[in-house]
Ligand binder design. Structure first.
Ligand code: UTP
Length: 295
């Protein structure tokens, strides 16, 4: 029997160079999409997937993230005095329901290096990893979809998405063998190999790894054994490739829509779509967009 995954690790120590200057003094995970920071969407996805044990890997701007998930007594007091119970509920909900810990990654030496910082707190159990700049809108939370596969096979599972050829070099790309699972074809793959940021001509497929993972604890030994890869960083994809030598790794082409909110255009697209769907903002915002003249 596969034991239940309880912990979700949120690497949030990257430099966010694609979003400078906003990310000079603030982690990109704190950029607000409509009115919630990116990392809160990820934390809510973890909660909705049944994980409430949250471990955030921080770099610079650590205090903004910590303060966000802390109880703010002044704010609570002010909202109570003004009778703003709805807002009070919104600010309290997440911090009341999760248990958050923080680990520091002193230098941004890569995603694999950031995940390795979680080794002591995760211990010998499978765990989830969420990159909160990948915002995923899905009926069943993307992480829940991966956890279902993990619970069935007891193995590592990564989220996959089809990516146009001209963008493939920005991703980790897999070579996978399709596996029929509960009648769904071309969703689940047993991964044969993978490569981080390949040249277009070297990409083994158009299936890219997106920022949701369920990992077995043996990944830590793999991450400890590998050398820096693409960009001189310890890459999680290289760690997974090492793990593949003696553990199965599955890829699941999740159902849902993913936004790359760590990129300016992706962030704008996510902002517009999320705002249009909001009951309180959607109508007036749609009217505003309709009224815009083509420049
Ligand atoms: P990215 O590949 O998006 O890199 O990281 P980045 O440095 O954050 O951003 P750009 O590309 O320079 O704009 C993917 C995830 O891994 C985390 C990031 O915070 C993000 O959630 N990360 C990356 C770390 O925690 N530490 C690192 O050393 C690198």
């Amino acid at each position: 029997m596969v034991s239940k995954v309880r912990k979700a690790v949120f690497p949030a120590a990257g430099l966010g160079t694609r979003f400078l200057p906003a990310t000079k003094a603030m982690p990109k995970e704190m950029l607000p999409l409509v009115d919630k920071p990116l990392i809160q969407y990820g934390v809510e996805e973890a909660m909705d997937s049944g994980l409430s044990n949250i471990l955030i890997i921080t770099g610079r701007g650590k205090t903004a993230i910590e303060d966000h998930f802390d109880v703010s007594f002044e704010l609570k007091d002010l909202l109570e005095r003004k009778g703003k119970t709805d807002l009070l509920r919104q600010v309290r909900n997440v911090s009341d329901m999760i248990d958050v810990s923080y680990v520091r990654q002193k230098e941004a030496l890569g995603l694999g290096h950031a995940v390795l910082r979680a080794k002591e707190l995760v211990g010998h159990e499978a765990f989830a990893v969420v990159l909160s700049d990948d915002v995923i809108d899905a009926e069943t939370p993307c992480l829940r979809q991966l956890l279902d596969i993990h619970e069935f096979f007891g193995a590592t599972v990564v989220a996959l998405m089809e990516v146009p050829k001209e963008q493939i070099s920005a991703y980790g790309v897999v070579d996978g063998e399709p596996v029929d699972h509960h009648g769904a074809k071309n969703r689940l793959y047993r991964i044969r190999s993978m490569v981080e940021k390949p040249k277009v001509e070297d990409a083994p497929s158009n299936l890219a790894i997106i920022g949701r993972y369920v990992l077995v604890p043996e990944i830590f030994q793999s991450l400890e054994s590998i050398e820096p890869g693409a960009g001189g960083e310890i890459q999680l994809t290289d760690g997974l490739k090492h793990l593949l030598r003696n553990r199965p790794v599955y890829g699941y082409r999740f159902e849902g829509k993913r936004f790359d909110a760590g990129d300016k255009l992706g962030f704008l697209q996510a902002t517009v779509e999320f705002a249009l769907r909001r009951p309180d903002l959607g109508g007036p915002f749609r009217d505003y967009l309709r009224g815009l003249k083509q420049p």
